[in-house]
Write a protein that binds this ligand. Structure first.
Ligand code: S3P
Length: 437
């Protein structure tokens, strides 16, 4: 794809049925747990995005045998643990890769250097290194690049901890639980509100017992993982983009099949229904330990709402696209409790506000919130949006551009491949006017 710029042009009604790409969070975990396990497992529906491929390369560098058998189909042979890699582990843009792998490495007598791109180098890692150091690992810095030296005293088990997280972060929780698998005793993590629980749901599929009680998850150390076959459900965070485009463009009807409906991930859909969106879910079924369904969106007139701050964790990656939708709704949409958005792939509060303004929308920025003044029709468009290398800002701006009266361009469209490599093809297949500028 052209690295320079991508443009979405005003489009008429979208229609069609598409399959959601594999869930990014689950894809990372499938690779990491398979690498920690003993034996061979097959992963179906793996998201082959840049972020997930960074994790695949990392686990291969640390001893797992990985083989791509076909699109989204991978064979992983785990060695029952991680080995010293030869070089640096490059996590690219991926916070999930960095934080989960730091936790996994902490349990082994190895010293691993982690690095990432400019965005990832700026993101806080103390939230992971603090508990890992308390458990007996050594971590050289609070930002990437950093080195994690695993094991209590190189080989001795880590100390179990009872950690209370300041942030509702599944990356922090998962890092501690993965380290806890190699600790002496029961390690627990308590969160201020519920973050996504994919690690807790997937570990039992590998034969590991996980205790859960309200906002606390715990694992006993010394449990071995045995390999298993996994099927990755569709990513609700990616499905959000074609569904949002259908809601914005009158007369549209788009179905996204196989979307994961884990309640820790569906806050956006709940909010959209409150806004009057015509969203229906059919064919609910089980896949890989999660419920999935087919979601249909039709062009809708929506009204602004106040999003409960306690819902933030269940839609944390969806605020940019919600803000884009809110700009076309009737009346204000108030989004608060969003301090975590300041430390995502970019500062997503500032980036979303600037994106909306570049498209002609009215928005106020707060330290931990956004208020969008919906104008009951899509904003004018006509802007070039700076995405700060953030894939979700890019896709949100492009979706808005389809409904606006003038085109919207984004810089750095190559970053879309960190989570949704097939985005442009999928959208144009539905009738969206989108292509290199
Ligand atoms: C993720 C957790 C969330 C989310 C990210 C993926 C995960 O981050 O924003 O895209 O896979 O655990 P935090 O844990 O920082 O909230």
């Amino acid at each position: 794809m052209d690295r320079q710029s991508l443009t979405a042009r005003p489009s008429t009604a979208l229609s069609g049925k598409v399959r959601a790409p594999g869930d990014k969070s689950i894809s990372h975990r499938a690779l990491i747990l398979s690498a920690l396990a003993v034996g061979e497992g097959r992963i179906d529906g793996l998201l082959e995005s840049d972020d997930v491929l960074a994790t695949a390369a990392a686990v291969a560098a640390m001893g797992a045998e990985t083989e791509r058998l076909g699109p989204g189909v991978w064979r992983v042979v785990g060695q029952g643990g991680l080995r010293q890699p030869d070089g640096i582990i490059d996590c690219g843009n991926s916070g999930t890769a960095a934080r989960l792998l730091m936790g996994a490495v902490a349990g082994y007598p190895i010293a691993v250097r982690f690095d990432g791109d400019e965005s990832l180098r700026g993101r806080p890692m103390a939230r992971v290194s603090e508990p890992l150091v308390l458990m007996g690992a050594r971590v050289s810095a609070d930002r990437l690049p950093l080195t994690v030296g695993g094991g209590g005293h190189f080989g001795a088990p880590l100390n179990a901890v009872q950690w209370t997280s300041r942030n509702a972060s599944a990356q922090v929780k998962s890092a501690i639980l993965l380290a806890g698998l190699r600790a002496d005793g029961v390690t627990s993590v308590t969160e201020p509100s519920a973050s996504r629980d994919h690690t807790e749901r997937m570990l039992p599929l590998f034969g590991v017992e996980v205790q859960r009680d309200g906002l606390t998850a715990a694992v006993g150390g010394g449990q071995a993982l045995s390999a298993t076959d996994l099927s990755v459900p569709g990513d609700p965070s990616s499905a959000a983009f074609p569904l949002a485009a259908a809601l914005l463009i009158p007369g549209s009807r788009v179905t996204v099949e196989g979307v994961m409906l884990n309640p820790a991930r569906t806050g956006l859909f709940e909010t959209l229904v409150e806004m009057g969106a015509d969203l229906t879910i059919a064919n609910r079924r089980e896949q890989g330990g999660e419920t999935v369904g087919d979601i249909t969106a039709r062009g809708s007139r929506m009204r602004g709402v106040e999003v409960p701050p306690e819902r933030a964790a269940s839609m944390i990656d969806e605020y940019p696209i919600l803000a884009a939708l809110a700009s076309a709704a009737e009346g204000p949409t108030i989004m608060r409790g969003l301090e975590e958005l300041r430390v995502k792939e970019s500062d997503r509060i500032a980036g979303t506000a600037a994106m909306l303004r570049a498209c002609g929308a009215i928005v106020e920025e707060e330290p931990a919130g956004l208020i969008v003044q919906g104008q009951a029709r899509a904003p004018s468009g006509g802007g070039r949006v700076e995405t700060h290398g953030d894939h979700r800002l890019a896709m949100s701006a492009l979706v808005l551009g389809l409904a606006a009266s003038r085109p919207v361009s984004v810089d750095r469209p190559d970053m879309i491949a960190t989570s949704f490599p097939g985005f442009v093809d999928l959208m144009t297949g539905l009738g969206a006017q989108m292509g290199p500028s």
